[in-house]
Design a protein around this ligand. Structure first.
Ligand code: FES
Length: 111
């Protein structure tokens, strides 16, 4: 759910996003990985919690059990792009961020 009170920060142009390829952005000193999959936008923390490396923008997008997931390039865990949940370890959840396409500008909500 996207609140209208959020302040939005422009990240890039919509045309700069390629389908299924991540873009890394910095939001309030947090590293965020942004993806466009089909017509949906997703923003998750770019930090892989298993390796502590900021690599998730280079993960591989796929489909697992009906969910749009991202496989970490390090140890290959899968994260649900919508919820941030790790499919192999339900104690692990990535932070997710509100994201929108505002007339061709990709924006993230500043908390
Ligand atoms: S919505 Fe079910 S695993 Fe993501």
């Amino acid at each position: 759910m996207i609140s209208t009170d959020n302040k939005w920060q422009a990240i890039c142009k919509a045309e700069d996003l390629s389908a299924n390829l991540g873009v890394r952005a910095i939001l309030n000193e947090e590293q965020v990985a942004i993806f466009k999959v089909r017509d949906d936008l997703y923003a998750i923390s770019a930090i892989d919690p298993f390796s502590n490396a900021a690599v998730l923008s280079r993960g591989i997008v796929g489909d697992l059990e009906g969910a749009v997931v991202l496989a970490s390039p390090v140890y290959k865990q899968h994260f649900c792009l919508k919820t941030g949940s790790c499919l192999e370890d339900d104690t692990v959840k990535l932070k997710t961020y509100p994201i929108r396409d505002n007339n061709g500008r990709i924006e993230l909500a500043v908390a």
